[in-house]
Ligand binder design. Sequence first.
Ligand SMILES: N[C@@H](CCC(=O)N[C@@H](CS)C(=O)NCC(=O)O)C(=O)O
Length: 190
Amino acid sequence: MKLYGSTTSPFVRRIRLCLTGKAYEFVNMDIFSGSGRELLRAKNPALKVPMLEDDGQMIFDSRVIHRYLQDKFNQAPLSWDEENLLTLIDAANDAFVQRMMLMRSGIAHDADKLIFTLQDERFSTTLSTLENSVQHGGFEQWNYPSMCLYCLLDWVIFRELYSFEEYPNLHAFWHAHQNTTNVAETDPRQ
Ligand SMILES: N[C@@H](CCC(=O)N[C@@H](CS)C(=O)NCC(=O)O)C(=O)O
């Protein structure tokens, strides 16, 4: 198995955490320039990471990769509530990635502009729901949804997009997992 991605991507990191203890090759690439970009173009028309290659089969998108790995390793499927939590995590993560891209494009935050209004509301609705779920025990086990939540929080903190002071349960969850297996080894700061 080959996992294509970058060390900074939260979507790649969740799959690396999920593959802890499994034999695979990690192809670390710069997706925005040079040979990494060429490889990305050759492998995935969506031009996003992660992607997984196994026995000649390419799989795009972390969510589908996770389903593929579940099948391959005969793991139980996620419950519908867990799927919904993943959708919220993905919605927040996509919005934070968009926010970073806007900043990198020199487009300043303007609360009156539609894109920012929608993003700001989505941050608030998804994060407050996730905060509530952590508070009520929804992320007590270190399973795939917890890995995805951790990768979201840690990436947002790493990129200095948000500090989570308003969400004490999310912050405590992030803090509690600093030493969880393979978390330090997959830290985007290294
Ligand atoms: N839904 C995708 C999202 C993946 C994604 O957004 N990856 C980012 C890196 S964090 C990417 O490849 N961005 C490149 C781009 O948008 O041009 C997944 O879960 O795999």
